[in-house]
Write a protein that binds this ligand. Structure first.
Ligand code: MN
Length: 484
């Protein structure tokens, strides 16, 4: 076995000790041979790209079929290998994954707007069958972004734009924060090279100057925590350049003007510890009013969980703190991929029992998109649905519905049930009557009033913010011949 293959296999065995080493080695050698006469734009052997993709998938701790498919992901497209041959050599599952990725590659993202969105939609639909295809595609995109400097300026811009508009939001939607951040900053340097460079220098400088504040925060906290014998670790948290840049643009401020807090993460084994740690932090440092959010009891749609708070040190420095368990940390960094891991010591692939449930939102989301009319409409809804900020609205019975920020009672009605949405005539929020275009806020209790023969009207399309509600309303109006 080659040294590269051996290293990869060792890393794979850390989380999946029972994998079949022969299958892995076979995929490795097969791909190496298939691509042997090909070179990348960098002049390197093409096979380097295949191993890079597989290494990322191992980093995500994905199962053996996914890793093998990662090694083989370009053989159908770039070599004479056929699907039948792959199936014969590696079985139906791996062949199907590779074919899924190949299908995505064959979609040509040409235009900057509509055609791109159209293709993206096809891609989502085609791959909804198996989320692992999307994960391989994301790993593929990551390596392509890392090696973008060998391409023409025009290609660089196009790929970077595509990455920032479509792939990074997708990674975020899947809860893969680390990947999303990496993709964003890689794209940023090609989209706005000058701004990227300037910001990098400034951030490096300020990080150095803040070192002192962080050390003193850490020391104070450690003094308090040592007697409790609590297990924990504190990690510094670098913000991505792209997120800082977006904040500057949003608030129309310079880097110096945005008072960006330092980020710290505290990781501890249990949920009880998380709350205990929060208590200690708040008793020792002054929390900034309104900064506390409990994403442990109310997780985000993408499964993210943590306690968030911002405190002020005695010297007036702001520190943003996230407190979470190890498991929450893995989910936050690797998102959906974290749920596709092998369970150590188990024979089976160890798929999460509740994964189906957890993936439901993805499937639903894709279903709603199928009803949409034009690519433009699709990209609009994609932007809204991928929006980072969410609100959590309660039904009178206490059920929580996550919705994008800006959502209205009509969106809520459709989120509860299509029938409720269709027959909606009014809404009460926190026991007060509101208009249908009222902007819901997290924690609102929303009650929908319905009337039996009531029907949607055209004006509703202006009110709703979610793809689901819009597609249902449009579908109805189209059927009645009210809209084209
Ligand atoms: Mn590739």
């Amino acid at each position: 076995m080659s040294p590269d293959a051996r290293t990869m296999l060792e890393n794979l065995k850390i989380y999946a000790p029972n994998v079949d080493p022969e299958l892995f080695e076979k995929a490795f050698r097969y791909s190496e041979k298939a691509h042997q006469n090909q070179a990348r734009a960098s002049g390197e052997h093409y096979f380097i790209h295949c191993t890079a993709v597989a290494e990322t998938l191992i980093e995500f701790k994905l199962d053996l079929p996914t890793v093998c498919a990662g090694l083989l992901h370009d053989v159908l497209e770039d070599t004479p290998t056929t699907k039948e041959e792959l199936e014969r050599e590696f079985g139906e599952e791996i062949a199907r994954l590779v074919e899924g990725v190949t299908k995505l590659d064959s979609l040509n993202f040409t235009s900057r707007d509509e055609a791109q969105a159209e293709n993206w939609r096809k891609m989502m639909l085609a791959t909804a069958q198996d989320i692992r295809v999307v994960l391989i595609k994301l790993a593929d995109r990551l390596h392509n972004m890392k090696t973008l400097n060998y391409l023409s300026r025009e290609k660089q811009e196009r790929k970077a734009y595509e990455t920032i508009t479509l792939y990074a939001p997708l990674a975020h939607r899947l809860g893969m924060f680390q990947l999303k951040s990496e993709l964003e900053d890689l794209a940023f340097q090609y989209i706005h090279p000058k701004e990227f460079e300037e910001l990098s220098v400034k951030v490096r400088a300020i990080t150095a100057s803040r070192e002192h504040a962080l050390t003193s925060f850490r020391t104070t906290l450690e003094e308090k925590l040592t007697p409790t014998n609590m297990e924990y670790r504190i990690l510094g948290r670098a913000k991505t350049l792209w997120s800082i840049y977006q904040k500057m643009k949003r608030q129309e401020k310079t880097f110096e003007e945005i008072q960006d807090a330092m980020g710290v993460r505290i990781i501890t084994p249990t949920i009880a510890n998380c709350y205990a740690l929060l208590g200690i932090v708040h008793s020792e440092f002054k929390p900034v009013a309104g900064s506390f959010t409990d994403y442990i009891s109310v997780p985000k749609v993408n499964l993210y969980q943590s306690l968030h708070t911002t405190i002020m040190t005695r010297h007036g420095d702001l520190i943003e703190i996230q407190i979470r368990t190890e498991e929450m940390h893995r989910t936050a960094e690797y998102g959906i991929a974290a749920h596709w891991r092998y369970k150590v010591g188990s024979e089976k692939s160890g798929k999460d029992e509740h994964l189906e449930e957890k993936l439901n939102w993805l499937r639903q989301w894709i279903e709603w998109l199928q009803d949409l009319k034009s690519p433009r409409e699709f990209i609009e809804s994609l932007k809204t649905d991928l929006e980072l900020h969410q609100v959590f609205i309660f039904t009178p019975a206490g059920e929580v519905k996550p919705l994008p920020a800006g959502a209205t009672p009509l969106d809520f009605a459709f989120a509860v049930h299509t029938e409720i949405g269709m027959m909606c005539v009014g809404a009460r929020v926190n026991n007060k009557m509101v208009k249908l275009d009222y902007e819901l806020k997290s924690g609102d209790i929303c009650q929908i009033l319905t009337k039996k023969n009531s029907k949607p009207n055209k004006g509703w399309l202006e009110i709703v913010k979610t793809a689901r509600a819009r597609s249902k309303i449009r579908h109805f109006l189209r059927e009645k011949g009210i809209v084209a």
